[in-house]
Ligand binder design. Structure first.
Ligand SMILES: Nc1ncnc2c1ncn2[C@@H]1O[C@@H]2COP(=O)(O)O[C@H]2[C@H]1O
Length: 896
């Protein structure tokens, strides 16, 4: 019966152990507390924390080295391009920058796909960062197990399954984790067969293997025992991550042990040296703390450290590092076993005074807590109170030591009128301690009440105590005021800003209603907690961290925007880094029709109206997730880069601004997004078919091929056609057409300012206009003779034409011909109709243009992809080419 019980219990334990040994469980546990098991796991962990790592883990199949800087959930596969830490591929293919961008992309992808950064795995088969990392970790973990248990057959199977072609077995493990990669491998094999690169490939592999071995050896030398020399597999090792939580909790335990010594030693020495009744308790506590100190030394032997930014995890290296450091000697000093002297000189707590040297651990712990806590001011307050108590405590103990003979004489107490309670029993250590503490509190808080010193030593002590008390008082006041200031800093800063604006408005006699508007705006800021300067808050962070924060803050808004839905992560990522939040008050015009558009806006919160010229007709209402202002920055409007409508904020509106330059920068890289944006803009523009006569000022855009741009609005009446016909073209009807059209577009050739040409309408010309066919687009754009007619009106008007003309009397001819020209001019309506038609034609050409460019992109992608594949075959470099192909795939998607 008992045997059976023992057997079942044993089985149950084994089950629990096996369950707990399952890789995911171990990983979760380890990651959460900061243990790193095996080089591969550590790498995963570090890639999650954005640290670059160069670790080496060997397996039977060869060397695996991956490195790279990554954020959030970047996978080790992508990490294989990490600059100097990359082993096994041509260094020229390392791309640090793209890698870090890649990691940001992964964050965006994860956010888009719904899983948070650092979250758990995505679905099987996804190539996203986190899922990949998890699978990869698991695989590497299991590989470690396999190595540990020395099962070469299983390894062989694993490697066969991965169909290893690359020199790195680890890479192949990863490669097999996604379907995409498998298919790529297949393609590689095909290519290899086609190109008959078998021999070269093998030779290359051998070469890389040699390289790898070399690197392995060097890393081994670098990294010491765990990776030194070729071995059959990773050892099961554990290393504490110095930035991990376990390290933190351990430092808390050590700090508690230190605090025990810090409070108790002096107390025991001053008041109640170890007595027989408390002997066991004190000794147990003392030696428990010593045990903690000893464990701390052991802990240090296994704590990783950073060398050139790389976390070292090699056991022998860690040991060497610790033993060569001052910390080791300090830790040994802390444990100096002077307690043995108890046996000869009796109990004296001061023999344990070296235990106090451990204060450095306590300070480290406090520093880290202050950095990490979300309530720094609460922590600072508690810490301040603790320091005060410690000072009072030590002072009370020292007071007792110095005045051991006279300080508690009841007659003296009566003489000085200090109430100290009932005179205590000299054997009552606690009572005496409390009296002493009370006296010291009175002195140090400068409340007064000092016992009269009688000896020189007492006199000196009291003087020092009083001076110290004064300084302490000042320091405490300073600290407290600091904490109070910190607590209300945000409010004060806000109040100061408001006051400054109020003073300014009063001095400048700003109208009352405007003042009220400004104050309401401040109210809104305060209530919506937008009072702090966000840019200033994160200003000190490195760009990469800023980018990550921006992604988390803005991405949700971007995802709501129609055009940004289903776009690639890279596009969003680029955009999100360029967004700037702005706030508008009720009734504010964000942009007005006719203004030059320099920014586009995305509505984060609030409601806005697109209004017509009269300011009352609402053309559209924009809500959170809408955007506007894109037409002018894409130069697509009837008036080129001018706003096509006014947009007004109904209430308070939170918007994101995107500058024209930024937008163009991004769109250049993502033509597909541009096509979508332009398609929607065209739809919006349809509402402006009956656009005003600004259309006459259309011209070819310099910044955007295929789009139109204007230099200004020109009313029809002011358009004057300068007579150029006699100079440049024969007077035939076709050229007259060209002339008409060119006049319509001529203003754009002038660089700024309003066009000075204007048409003089003539009724008689209408008949002529009807006889003449309208311009074809070719005539409009392509005719070279027409091109010569696109002469700046200013040039013509200034008389330069006359000067240039070789034929005498040209000026006169000009004047003479003017009536003829006037006769050929069509009426305003006809001109407007023609301009409308031309505009439509222009839009068609633009859409053709975009579709052609999409086609072009696709072809370019195919060529690049093909090139990358061939390159990959030739170089035999797995990872960089992979990432190149990834890039191409992304570009391809964007092209589509
Ligand atoms: N009908 C509409 N619906 C939504 N938005 C519009 C409409 N018409 C114009 N807009 C937006 O209002 C903006 C005014 O400035 P833009 O011309 O730069 O770009 C314009 C469009 O983004």
């Amino acid at each position: 019966m008992i045997d059976e019980y023992i057997f079942h219990t044993y089985i149950a334990y084994i089950r629990i152990f096996v369950y707990c040994s399952r890789p995911p469980f171990i990983q979760i546990w380890q990651f959460s507390i900061g243990i790193i098991t095996s080089a591969r796991l550590m790498e995963d962990r570090l890639s999650g924390s954005g640290t670059r790592i160069n670790t080496v883990a060997s397996s039977n199949s060869g060397l695996f080295t991956a490195g790279g800087s990554s954020v959030g959930s970047s996978s080790a596969a992508t990490g294989a391009t990490g600059g100097s830490s990359f082993v096994g591929g041509p260094p020229s293919l390392s791309r640090n920058r793209s890698f870090s961008k890649h990691s940001l992309l992964e964050i965006v992808s994860n956010r888009i796909s719904g899983s948070g950064v650092g979250g758990t795995s995505s679905a099987e088969g996804s190539s996203g960062g986190i899922g990949l990392t998890k699978r990869f970790s698991r695989e590497s973990f299991s590989a470690a197990c396999v190595n540990k248990t020395q099962q070469p057959q299983q390894q062989q199977q694993l490697l066969q399954a991965n169909d290893s072609l690359s020199p790195s077995a680890g890479t192949e493990l990863l490669a097999s984790s996604t379907t995409t990669r498998r298919s790529r491998d297949a393609r590689r094999r095909d290519l290899k067969n086609k190109l008959k690169l078998e021999r070269n490939w093998d030779a290359r592999q051998l070469e890389l293997g040699g390289n790898g071995a070399h690197n392995f050896a060097s890393s081994g030398a670098n990294g010491g025992g765990a990776s030194s020399g070729p071995r059959s597999g990773c050892k099961w090792t554990f290393v504490f991550d110095p930035a991990g939580r376990l390290c933190y909790y351990w430092s808390m335990v050590v700090s508690l042990a230190f605090l025990y010594n810090f409070w108790v030693l002096i107390y025991r020495f001053a008041f109640q040296e170890i007595a027989s009744d408390t002997l066991v308790m004190w000794l147990c506590l003392d030696y428990f703390c010593d045990l903690v100190y000893v464990l701390d030394i052991a802990f240090h032997f296994r704590t990783g450290y950073l060398e050139e930014g790389v976390l070292q995890t090699d056991a022998s290296k860690l040991r060497q590092h610790y033993m060569n450091s001052t910390t080791f000697y300090v830790d040994c000093l802390c444990l100096l076993p002077l307690d043995f002297l108890y046996l000869s000189i009796g109990f004296n707590s001061m023999l344990r005074c070296f235990r106090l040297v451990k204060i450095y651990r306590f300070w480290t712990f406090m520093d880290r807590t202050e950095r990490h806590t979300n309530y720094p001011n609460v922590f600072r307050s508690i810490s301040l109170v603790h320091y005060l108590l410690v000072i009072f405590h030590w002072n009370a103990c020292l007071y007792r030591i110095v005045m051991r003979n006279n300080s508690f004489d009841p007659s003296l107490i009566r003489d000085y009128g200090i109430w100290m309670g009932q005179p205590t029993d000299p054997n009552d250590g606690v009572g005496q301690y409390l009296q002493s503490f009370y006296l010291c509190t009175l002195t140090l808080t400068t409340t007064g009440g000092v016992l009269k010193p009688r000896t020189k030593g007492e006199l000196l002590f009291v003087i020092i105590q009083l001076i110290f008390g004064l300084m302490l008082f000042a320091t405490v006041l300073g600290h407290v005021s600091n904490i109070v200031i910190n607590v209300s800093a945000a409010r004060k800063e806000f109040q100061a800003k408001l006051d400054a604006v109020k003073t300014y408005m009063r001095m400048r006699r700003v109208p009352r209603h405007l003042q009220v508007k400004v104050i309401k705006w401040f109210d809104y800021l305060w209530f919506t907690q937008k009072s702090s300067d966000e840019e200033k808050s994160v200003g000190g962070l490195p760009d990469k961290l800023k980018a990550e924060i921006a992604i988390h803050v803005h991405l949700d808004t971007l995802k709501r925007v129609e055009i940004f839905q289903n776009t690639e992560a890279g596009f969003l990522c680029e955009l999100v880094l360029r967004l700037r939040p702005v706030l508008f008050s009720p009734g504010d015009y964000i942009c007005r029709k006719g203004e030059v558009g320099k920014e586009m806006y995305i509505v984060n919160r609030g409601r806005l109206q697109v209004v017509a010229d009269n300011g009352r007709t609402v053309l559209a209402t924009l809500k959170a997730g809408s955007y506007f202002g894109e037409i002018s920055i894409l130069n697509m409007g009837t008036a080129g880069n001018r706003r096509t409508a006014s947009v007004r904020s109904v209430g308070y509106s939170d918007l994101f601004v995107l500058s024209k330059k930024d937008m163009w920068d991004v769109l250049k890289e993502y033509p597909a997004a541009r096509v979508r944006l332009e398609a929607i803009a065209v739809k919006r523009l349809e509402k402006y078919k009956k656009a005003p006569l600004e259309k006459a000022a259309l011209g070819r855009s310099h910044s955007t091929p295929g789009l139109v741009e204007s230099t200004g609005r020109v009313p029809l009446e002011r358009m004057e056609l300068t007579n150029t016909q006699p100079l440049h073209m024969p007077s035939n009807p076709d050229s007259a057409n060209v002339f008409r059209s060119s006049a319509g577009s001529s203003s754009s050739t002038g660089t700024g300012g309003e066009s000075r040409c204007s048409f003089r309408t003539s009724r008689r010309s209408s008949a002529l206009q009807q006889q003449q066919p309208l311009l074809t687009p070719q005539q409009f754009f392509g005719d070279s003779s027409a091109g010569s007619l696109l002469m700046p009106p200013a040039f013509l008007a200034s008389g330069t034409v006359g000067n240039r003309s070789t034929s005498p009397g040209t000026s006169r001819d000009l004047v003479a011909l003017e009536p003829q020209i006037m006769k050929t001019l069509p009426p305003a309506d006809a001109l407007v109709a023609e301009i409308n038609r031309l505009r439509e034609r222009l839009l068609m050409l633009e859409s053709e243009n975009t579709s052609l460019s999409a086609k072009l992109n696709r072809q370019q992608w195919e060529v690049e992809n093909r090139l990358a594949e061939i390159e990959m075959q030739i170089c035999g470099a797995g990872s960089p080419a992979d990432s190149a192909t990834d890039d191409n795939e992304r570009n391809f998607e964007s092209a589509i």
